[in-house]
Write a protein that binds this ligand. Sequence first.
Ligand SMILES: NC(=O)c1ccc[n+]([C@@H]2O[C@H](COP(=O)([O-])OP(=O)(O)OC[C@H]3O[C@@H](n4cnc5c(N)ncnc54)[C@H](OP(=O)(O)O)[C@@H]3O)[C@@H](O)[C@H]2O)c1
Length: 240
Amino acid sequence: MQLFIITGTSQGLGLSLAERALKEGFTVISIGRKCPVQNADHTFIQHDLASPDQLKEKLNTALSKLKEKNFTAIHLINNAAVVTPVGHIESFSWTDISSHMNVNLLMPIYLTSLFLEATKAWDCQKVIANLSSGAAVRPIDGWAMYCTSKSGLKMFTDCLSGEKKDVKTLNFNPGVMDTNMQSTIREQDEGNFSRVSEFRELKEQNRLAPTDKVAMCLIKLLREHDQIQKNWYDVKELTT
Ligand SMILES: NC(=O)c1ccc[n+]([C@@H]2O[C@H](COP(=O)([O-])OP(=O)(O)OC[C@H]3O[C@@H](n4cnc5c(N)ncnc54)[C@H](OP(=O)(O)O)[C@@H]3O)[C@@H](O)[C@H]2O)c1
């Protein structure tokens, strides 16, 4: 039996990951503002991931109820993220900047800390997967916040891999997917995001992957965690 803790399961890839893990008979803890999943093996922690308040207590309570299950592996998937604010840096307010960084960068770091501390005594394989992007490794005009947060998260993951030899730690690039994040990107003004037409074409040409396919690839990689040998995986190199 394996346990998956997944952030941002209201929609998009996070929802597909929760559904896939449950379909395969695993136990899931979801963390986010809302979640449509109803299943006996599913625990929902309602939480705004822009804030740390009481998250420790909520996570510890959920984990303490599952402690006796003797999982062979427990996974933390830091999936929740936002792409906004998009545009010129001088137009971003402190709230825009801090809220983006809280969700995309500080929360995955904080959750990793809570996860490692809460499960210190659990005798099983621990796996931490952080959702990455091509934006983590190359600058994109108008996406300074998203590139910076994803690049920071990649560096954090790489540091963690060096520090925690007994924990499997990886960055996972899901590629472009047909989600609300892509709708938000397509809605941008060309003045704010010079490459917007490329992203509109991706949708018109049906080149956005369905999230259930991507979720199958990631859950397969994680459930067969003995095979994880590096800390960067791209969906293109995986099979379902
Ligand atoms: N879509 C792509 O093409 C693409 C490409 C490369 C990488 N990625 C990465 O893949 C991951 C999943 O993306 P996606 O496309 O599935 O995104 P999405 O459809 O926009 O879903 C994002 C999820 O994050 C949650 N979230 C955002 N802010 C939150 C907050 N303050 N508190 C709680 N939950 C919050 C959302 O919940 P609410 O519904 O409550 O807002 C939602 O469940 C992200 O890490 C993204 O950066 C996506």
